[in-house]
Design a protein around this ligand. Structure first.
Ligand SMILES: Nc1nc2c(c(=O)[nH]1)N[C@@H](CN(C=O)c1ccc(C(=O)N[C@@H](CCC(=O)O)C(=O)O)cc1)CN2
Length: 284
């Protein structure tokens, strides 16, 4: 079992120590539009973790009917605020707002989510100044703990091709010399493909879609899915599951649980990206 919660706690503790030692005060602004309950939890956790790390932490909560012009104006204000080094607009946005336009408005040097096209391009060409999306960065951290830095000779399959997880995860694995295949909803014979993977990254967003037969014995399985399903036996009537059928994965070499796997690492990596952005701004 890969303990993402413990790894994330160790990383954020290290960040808090560095903030105290280096005399910088990283600033993180988190923007939430609307009242999606899951997004509200994630945003609250981000702001609280930022405070625990000693950051200047601001949260902007806007009503669901906020206009794009008003959201862009807020982004613009944050872009020019010298106390803010990282800006994050929580996704998904309400459907009348164009997420691509909003992300494009963020200063790439403050885009601690790594979603701006400039950061995606920097990552694609291997520019060390790229800000890398938090979830794949956290996933790589966990993979490195199990497999080491060099993944030469290992086959990796990434299931999912999103800008937030699948595509950057594939690039990061390639950079570490893994032989990478990106699979998705239209991939034929997905189970057989996955069963050949030494490293399997599941980022599909479908509850327990990958069964035991999709997992190679000894494989490192990184389950990025966070899906809430009905469970009458649970106190709340629901529970969280990943994209992998965890109960069928006992033959994996190492696996991230859901909850307690990649999710907490996403927030820890956001803190790291914000600290790095603040240190770079101080150097500039
Ligand atoms: N702007 C962004 N929006 C979204 C991102 C993102 O990286 N940037 N990722 C996801 C949501 N997300 C962070 O925003 C996120 C999801 C889950 C967790 C987490 O710690 N999950 C816990 C379980 C929490 C629960 O009980 O619900 C776990 O897995 O242990 C952190 C962050 C979409 N939007």
């Amino acid at each position: 079992m890969i303990d993402g919660k413990a790894a994330a706690a160790a990383i954020t503790a290290g960040i808090a120590e560095r903030v105290a030692a280096e005399g910088v005060r990283p600033g993180l602004a988190v923007v939430l539009v609307g009242d999606d309950p899951a997004s509200a939890v994630y945003v609250r956790n981000k702001s609280r973790t930022a405070e625990r790390c000693g950051f200047h932490s601001v949260q902007h909560t806007l009503p669901a009917d906020t206009s794009e012009a008003d959201l862009l104006a807020l982004v613009d204000t944050l872009n020019t605020d010298p106390a803010v080094h990282g800006i994050l607009v929580q996704l998904p946005l309400p459907s009348h707002l164009d997420a691509s336009r909003v992300i494009a408005a963020i200063d790439p040097d403050k885009d601690v989510d790594g979603l701006h096209i400039v950061n995606a391009g920097r990552l694609a060409v291997g520019d060390p100044d790229a800000i890398v999306p938090c979830t794949p960065l956290g996933a790589m951290h966990l993979i490195e703990d199990v497999r080491g830095e060099d993944l030469s000779g290992l086959r990796a399959v990434v299931v999912g091709r999103s800008r937030l997880v699948g595509l950057p995860a594939a690039l990061l694995l390639t950079k570490r010399n893994a032989t990478v295949t990106i699979a998705h909803s239209r991939t034929r014979d997905l189970e057989r493909l996955c069963a050949g993977a030494d490293i399997l990254v599941a980022a599909i967003g479908r509850p327990e879609m990958l069964k035991g037969a999709a997992i190679k014995p000894g494989a490192t399985v990184i389950d990025v899915g966070i899906n809430r399903i009905d469970d009458p036996s649970a106190a709340k009537g629901t529970r969280l599951v990943g994209d992998v059928a965890f109960a069928e994965a006992a033959h994996a070499g190492a696996i991230t649980p859901v909850p307690g796997g990649v999710g907490p690492m996403t927030i820890a990596m956001l803190m790291r990206n914000t600290l790095d952005a603040a240190l770079k701004a101080a150097r500039r």
